[in-house]
Design a protein around this ligand. Structure first.
Ligand code: UDP
Length: 327
């Protein structure tokens, strides 16, 4: 294959796994990242890295003019729900406005396909779980709204221009490369499994549970944790699907199994063998009680076949990466 796959946010947690998977699949990844959360060393040897914002149309347009692009996989975004509540305009700029610029550059150059990182947060507080893609989208935080607006934009663009897209609604991405080549490296990460493995390794003084009065069996929030390796595999499946000429698609990526925050903590304690301190706190802003994916569409349409659908495996790989990162 001659053309590049443009990976925005390719120096970040999920993006770094994506470039490895693209290389393994014989594709040529090219990374744009502003390194605000990503790390230069997370981009594999031989993969071009352009440092800058996808919201800078001159910068993006120039890269596209000099490199033939077969498809864009757009990860670059801010992803912390409570931060989006505190700084909504930052989220609407980074996640929504910058995506508009990127898509505009793509349309101008007739780049045919976009795979977009969407989120389960577009569903808000769902009426029922597991959530099907056709259930109403009614996000309850700026993060979810900032992503849903991009889905709408892509829908309109695909109707008006020769572009097809896959919007993948990620549930809770966790774990690390099974071969130990990549993982979640950000020291400021806020996501539960990352925090819990850091607590297990003594990198932080225990863990706070945000809310124990939700309408769930143990009162803590339920999420569907999906292994990052399975998540990036879904992007390869989506690329193949779009290149085969299929129409645009929106798919959940999750395992259809939910775990509460307290259950996750128990698994991390068991797998690590460390009984770290856990403090029960009040609710965090913007959290729905339960989010579990229905995933038949990804399996049927994209041919997605999860390989690491097991919370212990996710935690084991997250722990191995956290150890490798050192103190
Ligand atoms: N959570 C928690 N303590 C933490 C981090 C997260 O209790 O230190 C909870 C959070 O309130 C939510 C769940 O874990 O109910 C998953 O949160 P996370 O930030 O990992 O992902 P999100 O679902 O917000 O994308």
């Amino acid at each position: 294959m001659d053309n590049y796959i443009l990976v925005t946010g390719g120096a970040g947690y999920i993006g770094s796994h994506m470039t490895l998977a693209l290389q393994a699949a014989g594709e040529r990844p090219l990374v744009i990242d502003d390194l605000s959360a990503g790390l230069r060393r997370a981009v594999p040897e031989g993969v071009p890295l352009f440092e800058g914002s996808v919201g800078d149309s001159d910068f993006v347009g120039d890269i596209m003019d000099r490199h033939p692009i077969a498809a864009i996989i757009h990860f670059a975004a801010s992803v912390v729900v409570p931060e989006s509540v505190a700084q909504p305009l930052a989220y609407y700029r980074n996640n929504t406005a910058n995506a508009r610029t990127l898509i505009d550059c793509a349309v101008q150059r007739r780049i045919p396909h976009v795979v977009f990182s969407s989120t389960a947060a577009v569903y808000g507080e769902p009426d029922r779980n597991p959530i099907g893609e056709d259930q109403p989208t009614q996000p309850i935080n700026p993060y979810g709204r900032s992503k849903l607006m991009v889905e709408w934009m892509l829908g309109d663009v695909a109707r008006a221009h020769p572009l097809s897209y896959a919007a993948l609604r990620y549930f809770n991405v966790a774990g690390a490369d099974p071969d130990g080549r990549a993982g979640q490296s950000s020291p400021n990460a806020t996501h539960l499994i990352k925090i819990a493995v850091q607590a297990a390794l003594g990198k932080r003084d225990g863990l706070d549970v945000f809310g124990t009065d939700y309408p769930t069996a143990d009162g803590s929030c339920i999420r569907d944790y999906v292994h990052v390796a399975d998540l990036v595999a879904a992007h390869l499946d989506a690329l193949r699907y779009l290149r085969a000429g299929h129409p645009s698609v929106t798919c959940n990526i999750g395992y259809a199994s939910g775990y509460s925050v307290l259950q996750v903590i128990e698994v991390v304690k068991r797998v690590s063998g460390v009984d770290f301190p856990v403090r029960l706190q009040g609710r965090r802003a913007g959290d729905p009680a339960a989010l579990v994916a229905a995933n038949e569409r990804a399996k049927t349409l994209l041919g997605w076949t999860p390989r690491y659908d097991d919370l212990e495996t996710i935690v084991r790989h997250a722990l191995a990466w956290e150890r490798r990162l050192g103190a």
